[in-house]
Write a protein that binds this ligand. Structure first.
Ligand code: NDP
Ligand code: DGY
Length: 327
């Protein structure tokens, strides 16, 4: 099932338990494992990575010059259990000639599904409704109580019509969406499948009833959704972000939500993560915050783990990696 290891003695730093059985097979790998679902403390990472040939990391591990220096010249592959790679200092990694593996495609469906769930929960005020049932606020059926916004006949704007953005669009169209706008650096041929219109960001922001952010976090997208952005949105529009928290200026989002500038927001990602429990966004009924669970289905995480392991092994063996990042 898995490719065999070469008959060399490699040192590998692993942060996922599934890797242990086959990496230890034949005693050809020395494995240093952070055996917990909690993130590895920085000090432990800096210690554990010393002399490693390979590193399997999570998106919560910032892999920067300090980690790379701590690892030293042996390090030839980094495999991240994520499709996002904004936690990797690619310029530093490149300088050292290290290969990088990541997990595109295998989490696209799960993340798109969660994003649609978050959009519907936010637009139709599901968390508020559930809370009212529990706290006795449900007194009777009332004509305007807990009304929200529906997708039928709406205009949806997707910022970043990549793998996940496209999968979200495909899932939303059958709800009766009238227009699908998208923005990004380049127009996409695959947009034709959802009648997607490539428009400038300003057009997308001002004409959409639902805005879904699914772009990668880059210096260009950092803070993209700020005061100016929210001020162009319709007062009735719903904002959803399942990319990275740093794409959004959260102070500006709070202002837009609390002043009624926009109707509601659903966030699967925040800055920081976890969001402190006393954060102002958590006081708002029109803001639904999830704990970064886009890809969190059992099967998806299992497949991500296997792919990360295969990427790591390919990097160690100096052969093809199933999903190597070209950068
Ligand atoms: P892709 O690379 O397929 O898509 C990224 C998209 O971002 C591309 O369409 C790209 O458009 C767009 N983009 C880049 N720069 C800009 C810009 N300046 N303005 C607008 N769009 C831009 O990646 P995936 O779809 O696989 O993943 C996207 C992101 O989703 C990941 O990077 C990760 O951060 C996040 N993610 C979150 C998850 C969660 O649990 N919430 C789960 C998985 C991923 P173009 O090609 O035109 O540049
Ligand atoms: C990713 O892969 O980038 C997600 O944020 C978690 O699956």
């Amino acid at each position: 099932m898995y490719p065999p290891l070469p008959p060399v003695y490699q040192s590998v730093c692993l942060y996922y338990m599934l890797l242990v059985p086959f990496c230890l097979h034949g005693n050809r790998c020395e494995v240093s494992l952070w055996d917990s679902d909690e993130p590895v403390p920085r000090e432990e990472l800096l210690k554990g990575v010393q002399g490693a040939h390979g590193l399997l990391c999570l998106l919560s591990d910032k892999i920067d010059a300090e980690v790379l220096d701590a690892a030293g010249p042996n390090l030839k592959v980094i495999s991240t259990l994520s499709v996002g790679f904004d936690h990797l200092a690619l310029d530093e990694i490149k300088k050292r000639g290290i290969r990088v593996g990541y997990t595109p495609d295998v989490l696209t469906d799960a993340t798109a599904e969660l994003t649609v769930a978050l959009l519907l929960a936010t637009a139709r005020r599901l968390p508020e409704g559930v809370e009212e049932v529990k706290n006795g606020g449900w007194s009777s059926w009332k004509p305007l109580w807990l009304c929200g916004y529906g997708l039928s006949g709406s205009t949806v704007g997707v910022i970043g019509l990549g793998r996940i953005g496209m999968a979200i669009a495909r899932r939303l169209m059958p709800f009766g969406v009238k227009r699908l706008l998208y923005s990004g650096r380049t127009a996409k041929a695959h947009a034709a499948e959802v009648n997607g219109e490539f428009v400038p960001l300003d057009t997308l922001v001002s004409e959409s009833d639902f805005i879904v952010v699914s772009c990668s976090l880059t210096p260009e997208t950092q803070g993209l959704c700020d005061k100016a952005f929210f001020s162009k949105m319709k007062n009735t529009a719903v904002f959803v972000n399942s990319s990275r928290g740093a794409v959004v200026n959260q102070e500006d989002l709070y202002e837009a939500l609390s002043s009624g500038q926009i109707a509601a927001a659903g966030l699967d990602v925040t800055t920081p993560e976890p969001l402190p429990t006393n954060h102002p966004l958590l006081t708002l009924k029109n803001c639904v915050v999830l704990p970064h669970i886009g890809s969190a289905t059992y099967s998806t995480r299992g497949i991500m783990a296997a792919l990360s392991a295969q990427n790591l092994l390919g990097g160690l063996q100096g052969t093809d990696m199933p999903s190597e990042l070209t950068y």
